[in-house]
Write a protein that binds this ligand. Sequence first.
Ligand code: DCP
Ligand code: MG
Length: 599
Amino acid sequence: MKTLKFAGRYVLRHWWQYLLGILALYLVDQVNVYVPEYTGNIIDGLTEQTLTLEGALNIVWMILGMGAIIAVGRFCWRFFIFGAARSIEKEIRQDMYGHLSTLSMRYFNQHKTGDLMAHFTNDLMAVRQLLGMTVITAFDATVMMILVLTQMITTVDPRLTGVSIIPLLVIAVGDVFYGRMMHKRFREKQAAFSTLTDQVQETISGIRVIKAFVQERKELYAFAKTTEATKEKNLNVVRLQALMMPLMDIIIGCSSLLTLLYGGYLAIHGEITVGQFVAFNSYIGMLVWPMMAVGECITSISQGTASLGRIFGIFKEQPDIVDSAVTDHSITALSGEVRMNRLTFAYPGQPDVPVLRDISVTIRPGETLAVIGRTGAGKTTIPSLLTRLYDTPEPGMITIGGRDVREIPLSVLREGIACVPQDNFLFSDTLQNNIAFGSADKSLESVIHAAELACIHDNIAAFPEQYQTVVGERGVTLSGGQKQRSSIARALMKDAPILILDDALSAVDTDTERNILDNLRTIRGNDRITIIIAHRISTIQDADHIMVLDDGDMVEYGTHDELIANAGLYKSLFDKQQLEKQLREEHPDQDAEGGAAHV
Ligand code: DCP
Ligand code: MG
């Protein structure tokens, strides 16, 4: 019911288009039913030899005029109703996109990208079909049926009408069953098609892995199986259609036969004229499609409403993390110290597995906090909580300038934090646009400045198209380190009070890393906060505070020297990495990329 209300809102906005379209449709139908009558009149006039040339011409002109009205009317109903359906499709798509982008990370973790894409393609198409073609078919079939039957009964003969439509009723009833069967097979066909696209998409995205593991042949076999299954499902649909067509012809044939026999009998006995007999045959022909349309409408309505329901499901979904009653809109910028206060957190869905436990630290403006720890220790969870991709279980666990993060307007919070995420992402766009993404100042000078600080300028300057080089799927492919440094440049463009680098230097060699860190120290000054997450000690040893995380617990905290003296986990990581560095220096040819980094 709510789904219908939801669709109704969009339809009502276009009510006048529907009204005009339906009027045009009615006009076409109305005129259409008169054509056989006039043709019949000509025939009767000819057989009875009462028709003068002038009279015939008049009728011809009438028929031509009707043809013109039908042509214009057909244009109008298509234009108005299809136009409205296309507009509604566009509006729903736009609203859906807007709504989707407000939803929280939890939603995207729980839904497959492929399914979300299907809402934008298949489901919207079914809705457009429902609001366009089905509206037309349903209305047209009903009106046509009523008009033609009335015409048959009043201008020809009620008995003949009764006899000849019996086979056509069989079509209407059979169509309902046909519709059901078709619906099922059609769904299977669509599902098979989804599987096929999924597989192609995975193969293309994972082509590097497939090649590296020499799995091309195996993938080919798997694909052959899927295409075979898809073909089979398609054939199921075709078989049903193929069976239906001749059956339909037989039934229509029966109807014509009955008309011929009984109508002929009536004509011979002078109860109807030859002209009426001919007109009646035309009417029978005109009844076929409204009968067939019944099944079509049922199928399309069931598909359309199912799709509407799925689309409405997205709109029902509410973002978890929004500004609320506690938000203080007088806060317009981030300032002051960042404090974690007995921070404990578990991801939604696994509330019994805390990934951070009882973490308390304070970072004052001008300071750098480093976070180090084994993979899965909970490092990335800290920036996720700070930017409120997830909420802390209790207020006060993370404060900025003494205010809980929930009290700070979401846009102020996120604009105040420049983050280089671990899975850095570049759009299929020019490097200039990628680096300026999210910044008000998009000028080339500022972009170059940020790129210089992130030590990526020389690389970019060496590309033939420099900052206009398009990266990503349709452009050049950057190396891992180049991508990381472009992402750092993007974050530096923002010049935010809080900067977070999440493992953002892992693919950068140690000399470049040193340069970038030196640049950071200069530009961050003594009023901004920097948080660096890393696996490599060289990245973080100069930080003011180093937090060592181990499976969600802060096992050590202090400066590099303090932690070395402490002889704990940090010291053992340090020793291990020193050893690896030594080995590398002794055998430089074995490992040129400096891959010792991961602890
Ligand atoms: N986790 C989860 N759901 C998420 C993200 C993470 O359940 N959406 C789990 C996986 C890990 C734990 O939380 O067990 C900590 O994840 P982090 O991403 O915080 O771990 P790190 O950043 O420390 O790991 P890495 O060094 O590999 O980046
Ligand atoms: Mg991480």
